[in-house]
Design a protein around this ligand. Structure first.
Ligand SMILES: Nc1ncnc2c1ncn2[C@@H]1O[C@H](COP(=O)(O)OP(=O)(O)OP(=O)(O)O)[C@@H](O)[C@H]1O
Ligand SMILES: [Mg+2]
Length: 332
C-alpha cells in the first residue's frame, strides 16, 4: 500500500477521475445488458483503488471504460487534467499511453510470434521515445530485470517458451516501460498458480510504490483486493454499493452486500458465485437478478436482509458517512 494515497484520495489532485459511467451492451430483440449504470471513481496519485464484486457485476467493463477500449456509452473519464471521453482518436491514443492495462490472461495478451525483447519494446516503439533505438537493448534489459526476469535467459524467447507467471511479468515490463501514471489491472493474477500470484502481486505493489503510480486493481478475491488496495470500491450488478478504506474494512463495512462478501471470504476465495449472467445459460441463476432487467430502486434489494418497500421504490444515493467512506443504502 502507498503512503501518498490517503484513505480519502483527497490530499492530492486525482490521477484518474470517472463520473457517471454508463455501459449497455445490446442483447438482441431490443434488450440490453445494463452492465455499468452510473459508476464514478477517483484515484489519487500513488493510490491503489480496488474494485471488488461477483462475476458479471461490471468490473471489467468499468476497467475498459477507463482506458476507453471501448469508451463508455456516457460519462466522463479524466486522466490528470485531460478529459479522455470525447477526444479525437489520435489525441486519445497519445493520452492513453499514460494509462496501461494488465489483463487476466497474460499469454493471450502477447503476440505469440514475437520475441520477448520485441514484445517489451512494442508499446514504446508506437507511443513513446522508442524512435531513438540507441539505448534500446539496455532499456529492454533493465525493464526485464525490474520485473525479476533474467534478460539473457528470456529476451529471445517467445511467449510459449515462458510460464504464465513469466508472461505476466513481460506484460508488466512492457506497461512500465511506457512510464504510465495509471495502471489498470484486471484480475492480473486470477489465471496463475497461488505461489506465482503472490510474486506478481508483490511485483505490482513494489513497482507502483517505487514509481508513485496510481493503480486500479480489479478482482473478485476479497483478500487479494483488500491487501493490495488503499481503498476498495464494491460493485453489485453495475452499481457502486460502498467505497471504503481497506484498513479495517472487515469491521467498518456497513453495506449488507459488502458484509455478505466479507462473511463469505472462504467462498469468495474459492471463486465467484453468480450474479445472473445472460451470457451463461446453465447457471443456477433463476432467482438471481439479471442485468438485462435489474431490480427497481436498490439493485441488491432482492437478496438483502434489510430490504423494505422503500428499496424497491427509490435508488439509494451513494453518500458520505465519514471521510473516505461512502455507502449506497437506505438502511445504514
Ligand atoms: N461485449 C459484451 N457484450 C455483451 N455483454 C457483455 C459484454 N461484455 C460484458 N458483458 C456483460 O456485461 C456484464 C458485466 O460484465 P463484466 O465482464 O464487466 O463483469 P465482471 O465483473 O468483470 O465479471 P468477471 O468477474 O466474471 O470478470 C455481464 O452480464 C456480461 O455478461
Ligand atoms: Mg472481469
Amino acid at each position: 500500500m502507498t503512503t501518498a494515497g490517503t484513505t480519502t484520495g483527497e490530499s492530492l489532485p486525482p490521477a484518474l477521475t470517472a463520473e457517471n459511467l454508463v455501459v449497455e451492451y445490446p442483447a438482441g430483440r431490443g434488450r440490453k445488458v445494463h452492465a455499468v449504470s452510473g459508476v464514478g471513481l477517483e484515484v489519487a496519485a500513488g493510490e491503489t483503488l480496488g474494485i471488488l464484486g461477483e462475476s458479471g457485476c461490471g468490473k471489467s467493463t468499468v476497467g475498459r471504460s477507463l482506458i476507453q477500449l471501448p469508451p463508455p456509452d456516457s460519462g466522463t473519464v479524466r486522466l490528470g487534467e485531460v478529459t479522455l471521453t470525447g477526444l479525437a482518436p489520435a489525441e486519445l491514443r497519445r493520452a492513453r499511453a499514460r494509462m496501461q492495462i494488465i489483463m487476466q490472461d497474460p499469454v493471450s495478451a502477447l503476440n505469440p510470434r514475437r520475441k520477448v525483447k520485441d514484445l517489451v519494446w512494442e508499446g514504446l516503439s508506437i507511443w513513446g521515445s522508442g524512435d531513438d533505438p540507441r539505448d534500446k537493448d539496455t532499456r529492454i534489459d533493465a525493464a526485464l530485470r525490474d520485473v525479476g526476469l533474467d534478460p539473457a535467459t528470456v529476451r529471445d524467447r517467445r511467449p510459449h517458451e515462458l510460464s504464465g507467471g513469466q508472461c505476466q511479468r513481460v506484460c508488466v515490463a512492457r506497461a512500465l516501460l511506457l512510464d504510465p501514471e495509471v495502471l489498470i489491472c484486471d484480475e492480473p493474477v486470477s489465471s496463475l498458480d497461488v505461489s506465482v500470484q503472490a510474486q506478481i502481486l508483490n511485483l505490482l505493489e513494489t513497482a507502483t510504490r517505487r514509481r508513485g503510480l496510481s493503480m486500479v486493481f480489479i478482482a473478485h478475491d476479497v483478500s487479494v483486493v483488500k491487501n493490495i488496495s488503499d481503498r476498495v470500491m464494491v460493485m453489485y450488478l453495475g452499481k457502486t454499493c460502498e467505497v471504503l478504506p481497506s484498513d479495517g474494512m472487515q469491521d467498518e463495512a456497513v453495506h449488507p452486500y459488502t458484509r455478505l462478501l466479507l462473511a463469505s471470504l472462504p467462498e469468495a476465495q474459492r471463486g465467484p458465485v453468480a450474479v445472473a449472467d445472460p451470457a451463461v445459460s446453465d447457471g443456477p441463476a433463476a432467482d438471481l437478478p439479471s442485468p438485462l432487467d435489474p431490480p427497481s430502486g436498490c439493485r441488491f434489494r432482492t437478496r438483502c436482509p434489510l430490504a423494505t418497500g422503500l428499496c424497491s421504490e427509490a435508488e439509494p444515493p451513494l453518500r458520505d458517512i465519514r471521510p473516505g467512506h461512502r455507502v449506497a443504502c437506505h438502511h445504514v
